[in-house]
Design a protein around this ligand. Structure first.
Ligand SMILES: NC(=O)C1=CN([C@@H]2O[C@H](COP(=O)(O)OP(=O)(O)OC[C@H]3O[C@@H](n4cnc5c(N)ncnc54)[C@H](O)[C@@H]3O)[C@@H](O)[C@H]2O)C=CC1
Ligand SMILES: O=C(O)[C@@H]1CCC=N1
Length: 266
């Protein structure tokens, strides 16, 4: 399988994917093309050797793997514009678009080429994404290749398409939710005496360490919490107050509101 990759839609996620792809040398920048109608903001990628264009058909002709990274309402127009260039015997289409199902894509392109959906998050730019994949008509070789590609940029799992909306909430929106948790820690940290920059460092590194404990120990959060909570100590006093104020409940309600938005209103 040849490995030229085109990214259509050089916005937040599209540029993060381009950065992630070229970061660790998995693919040469010369084998990546990214498009946007106004290519001005793509200059930093161009300076690093990535091909940039405002012509989606040029990108479709360039890439063997075509990643669609536009907003949901832009998908139909983009797919229709490259439909004639899509080649069933060559191209693999990968959509990262929220709430657009594989059947929707087939109904627009009317060609039986392999279609994947990928749900990464913006940490893909620093090779720390969580990416959920699903596909229809992908060969085992193509599935393996795409899993390997996204594995270069974090962790990857293949799931059923019916879980992609849930993956979007937990894995992609989750980056923003984690940021708010960290921001609240910074705000609290300033109130109890730290400068903003020191509070930011302590909050971010502490959250990173907590996540690494779970990933490396394969443990449950409550097991790790038990190791921190001294009886009659300050940790449990803080945790219980947070729960009295609805901490876990508000997060769960936030996740389900996000899920409801995707499944009923996008
Ligand atoms: N931002 C995130 O964390 C994540 C976003 N997604 C999905 O990825 C998609 C892109 O999201 P963002 O990057 O955040 O949006 P964005 O608005 O930053 O990026 C979309 C880009 O597509 C460009 N574009 C629009 N029409 C175009 C066309 N005809 N040809 C070429 N480029 C065109 C826009 O100029 C823009 O730069 C969305 O569907 C979103 O649901 C999925 C996972 C995470
Ligand atoms: O907010 C959104 O709709 C997109 C989907 C996942 C992250 N951003």
């Amino acid at each position: 399988m040849s490995n030229k990759i085109s990214i259509i839609g050089g916005g937040n996620l599209g540029t993060a994917i381009a950065e992630g792809l070229i970061k660790n040398g998995f693919i040469s920048p010369a084998n990546v093309m990214i498009t946007k109608r106004n290519v001005h903001t793509l200059q930093p990628l161009k300076e690093r050797g990535v091909n940039i264009s405002n012509d989606n058909n040029e990108a479709a002709a360039f890439g063997d793997i075509i990643i669609i990274a536009v907003k949901p309402f832009q998908v139909q127009e983009v797919l229709l514009s490259i439909k004639a260039t899509l080649d069933e015997s060559r191209h693999v289409l990968v959509s990262v678009v929220t709430g657009i199902y594989i059947k929707d894509i087939y109904s627009i392109i009317e060609k039986q080429l392999p279609v994947f959906r990928a749900m990464p998050n913006t940490a893909i730019a620093i090779s720390e994404s969580m990416t959920c994949l699903c596909n229809q008509n992908g060969t085992p070789e193509q599935i393996r290749y795409l899993e390997q590609t996204f594995d270069q940029m974090g962790k990857t799992i293949t799931i059923d398409e019916k879980l992609m909306d849930a993956a979007t909430v937990l894995g992609a929106c989750g980056t923003a939710y984690a940021m708010r948790y960290i921001r609240a820690n910074i705000q609290g940290g300033i109130e109890i005496g730290f400068s903003a920059s020191v509070a930011s460092l302590i909050a971010a590194q502490t959250v990173k360490g907590a996540a690494e404990l779970l990933l490396r120990n394969n443990s449950h959060p409550e097991q790790e919490i038990d190791k921190v909570t001294t009886p009659k100590g300050c940790t449990i006093a803080g945790l219980n107050e947070m729960e009295h104020q609805g901490f876990s409940s508000s997060l769960i309600k936030g996740l389900t509101a996000s899920y409801k938005k995707i499944t009923t209103d996008m």
